[in-house]
Design a protein around this ligand. Structure first.
Ligand code: GUN
Length: 281
């Protein structure tokens, strides 16, 4: 079984991006900039944002974090986004989710100009991705996609099952696999026989948020299994895949932690650089 090393893949991607930033700097005499807006004091969000900032600095991006208290008014955030939209030194804008209840998530997402939407959450980017046009691609599915391609460069005709239909992961993951000519089944909580669907798959992407849902006897021999889950349990952090059982069947499997997670942040940096490049044309 191949243990897919997301930490190593992310470090390789960051090294490539660092070189690219250096080239862009010498060509344009400026570097791509990422601005992250963090609202409130949720610990996981703070950790993510700190990691994003650290990684952005490592590859040579200009990075800025704007922090607001939980009580910030929606209007203040929307005005800041408008300001960042027209700031030439800002290539990418990310508002860390989740948001406090009194702030309308969709309003915030749609306030970000699509050309700086490094999350790929704006309806314009969602639509462009599903139509097969150039777009920002949500970072986690993009990271999963790059890991799958490392194991299997030709995905044409493969059967892929995506477990979970979220806008963040399941839906964009489906689009990326479809673009590679996979036959994709998207499954969810109302799917009749999830085990049977998974058993049919050459590729399984589990992004549903249920600890160790995908069991050893759900996985065809030699399937590629990507685990997007990060679930806190009494036994520590586990994924959506039962690692010990599935590792006996799968051809390749991502661990949790150390699989998809590190690739998500590296892909955010990639998206920021891609937004910068498109803005220079
Ligand atoms: N919170 C958890 N994951 C994400 C993500 O991919 N983007 C944003 N903006 N917030 C998140």
């Amino acid at each position: 079984m191949i243990l897919i090393d997301g930490k190593k893949a992310a470090a390789e991607l960051r090294a490539e991006l660092k070189e690219e930033v250096a080239e862009l700097k010498s060509k344009h005499n400026k570097v791509p900039g990422l601005t992250v807006i963090l609202i409130g004091d949720l610990t996981p969000s703070q950790i993510y944002v700190r990691n994003k900032e650290k990684s952005a600095n490592e590859v040579g991006l200009k990075s800025e974090v704007i922090k607001y208290p939980d009580s910030v008014e929606e209007r203040t955030v929307l005005e800041k986004i408008q300001e960042l939209n027209s700031d030439e030194t800002v290539s990418g804008i990310l508002v860390q989710l989740p948001l406090p209840k009194h702030i309308d998530k969709q309003k915030v997402i749609e306030a970000i100009v699509p050309s700086k939407d490094v999350d790929g959450f704006h309806p314009m980017n969602v639509g462009n991705l599903s139509s097969g046009y150039e777009s920002s691609i949500p970072c986690t599915p993009l990271g999963c996609y790059l890991l799958i391609k490392k194991i299997e460069p030709n995905l044409s005709g493969k059967k892929a099952v995506v477990v979970g239909r979220s806008n963040l992961n399941g839906k964009p993951m489906t689009q990326l696999l479809l673009k590679e000519n996979c036959t994709v089944t998207i499954t969810h909580s109302k799917t009749k026989d999830l085990k049977a669907e998974c058993l049919d798959a050459d590729i399984i992407v589990a992004a549903v948020g249920i600890p160790e849902l995908v069991r050893g006897d759900w996985v065809k021999k030699d399937a590629i299994v990507i685990d997007v889950g990060i679930n806190k349990t009494d036994n520590g952090i586990v994924g959506d895949v039962h690692f010990d059982e599935v590792s006996k069947n799968a051809k390749a499997l991502t661990p949790v932690p150390g699989g998809v997670g590190p690739m998500t942040i590296a892909c955010l940096l990639k998206n920021t650089i891609d937004c910068f490049k498109r803005s220079q044309i």
